[in-house]
Design a protein around this ligand. Structure first.
Ligand code: GLU
Length: 423
């Protein structure tokens, strides 16, 4: 590896970056060395290797993970991703980010994350089901409605959550809907959960515009990623009056300076299977999209999209992090120097886990709410967390990310202090 490549590997290691973000907050909060040592590590990490029968009769062994960062404020909560580049350092970072995300939103949860190193596009539907069920069984030593509750993340769906719920329930001998969230409605899923992350992104974008005195009607938006988070964000931001001029998926993006008709684009995707060649737009690559002359950027794909290499070329005044960890700490410094405001992932994409919490509460009570009530409660939680983040950022004269961390880390530190150290 060249020196530059080695430096980039360190600068883009999500786990080192998550710890660095925590350290910045711990310093300002003046946390004791003991408490820092507890909170900057994960509590449990499980690595599993398991065989899956392939349709051609062969066997393939996969590696999967479930990591619990912290359980002080309640059961561990966080999604499962199926991605070829998933590894234990990524999952550890994602688990830590879930702890802070839940604390900031005021949800009674700790943080966890999991995943399998696999490209699901290489599997048949039946292979995907067998992989999911075997993985669920492997991590069942940790998961449960009172201990650790998985949910969808990158490349995992409501159907996959249904297989997990069924596997855990069959092994127990009775149905346990509350073991997983993001399920289909028929088995205890919640109204509003599929759109919750994108709805939260939109609520936060409106708040951030109000704070920056930007009018949505003249705010040009680029959204990177057209999965569950990016596509719903684009639709709801379009409905809220923003001018969405660029969107992208894994294959690349489309751009129209005057704005894209998102409902028509959704129709185009339904008929063609993708966003490419949408009339009136031109092709842009995923990296070009980040540097377009827009006012607001929503990175809603994967980690490490805005780095020290491209942070100097971002035009947007506002970055709303729909993905987890899209901006590296080095890039944060550059964006801050350039006066670009970043609304951090632990707030911006917290809509998903917030409605997951509503789903879990509904499952535990076997009493289900209407979508209007869910969306109203979501909005209240997101707006409150936004205000608390801004108060901390303003009173310490720091970035919104640090403001959010100050709220979240203090809540977990206070909970740890008040519980005391066992035994
Ligand atoms: N995977 C989502 C996230 O990163 C949702 C997690 C959940 O609902 O538990 O926040």
């Amino acid at each position: 590896m060249t020196t530059a490549a080695a430096q980039a590997a360190v600068a883009e290691n999500p786990w080192l970056n998550a710890q660095r973000q925590f350290d910045n907050a711990a310093e300002i909060l003046n946390l004791s060395p003991g408490l820092r040592a507890v909170l900057r590590e994960v509590r449990r990490e499980l690595v599993v290797r398991f065989p899956v029968k392939l349709d051609n009769g062969g066997l393939r062994v996969f590696e999967g993970y479930r990591v619990q960062h912290n359980l002080t404020r309640g059961p561990a909560k966080g999604g499962l991703r199926f991605h070829p580049e998933t590894n234990v350092d990524e999952v550890k970072a994602l688990a830590m980010w879930m702890t802070w995300k839940c604390a900031l939103a005021g949800l009674p949860y700790g943080g966890a994350k999991g995943g399998v190193a696999v490209d699901p596009a290489t599997l048949s539907h039946r292979e995907l089901e067998r992989l999911t069920r075997r993985f669920a069984s492997e991590i069942s030593v940790l998961v449960g409605p009172d201990s650790d509750i998985p949910a969808p993340d990158v490349n995992t769906s409501a159907e996959i959550m249904a297989w997990i719920m069924d596997t855990i329930s069959m092994e127990a001998g009775y149905s346990i809907p509350a073991v997983v969230t993001g399920k289909p409605l028929d088995i205890g899923g919640s109204e509003g959960r599929p759109s919750a992350t994108g709805r939260g992104v939109t609520i936060v974008a409106l708040e951030a515009c109000r704070r920056a005195e930007m009018d949505p009607a003249s705010t040009r938006v680029a959204v990177q990623g057209f999965g569950n988070v990016g596509s719903v964000s684009a639709q709801l931001m379009h409905d809220a009056g923003f001018v969405v001029c660029a969107v992208s998926d894994v294959h690349g993006g489309i751009y129209s300076p005057g704005g894209i008709d998102i409902p028509e684009l959704m129709e185009h995707r339904r008929t063609t299977g993708g966003i490419a060649d949408f009339p009136g737009t031109r092709f842009v690559s995923n990296s070009e999209l980040l540097q377009l002359p827009v006012d607001l950027l929503v990175p809603a794909a994967l980690e490490n999209q805005i780095t020290a290499r491209n942070a100097g070329h971002i035009h947007a005044r506002l970055v709303i992090e729909g993905a987890n960890g899209p901006t590296t700490p080095d890039a944060d410094v550059i964006l801050e120097q350039r006066g670009i405001t970043v609304v951090p992932d632990i707030l911006a994409n917290a809509g998903g886990v917030t409605v997951s919490y509503f789903e879990w509460v509904q499952d535990l009570q076997s009493f289900f709410w209407e979508e209007g009530e869910i969306n109203r409660r979501l909005e209240r939680i997101m707006q409150k967390a936004f205000t608390q983040m801004c108060q901390q950022a303003d009173s310490h004269g720091v970035s919104l990310r640090l403001g959010a961390y100050l709220v979240a880390v203090k809540r977990v530190a206070d909970a740890t202090a008040v519980r005391g150290i066992y035994p």
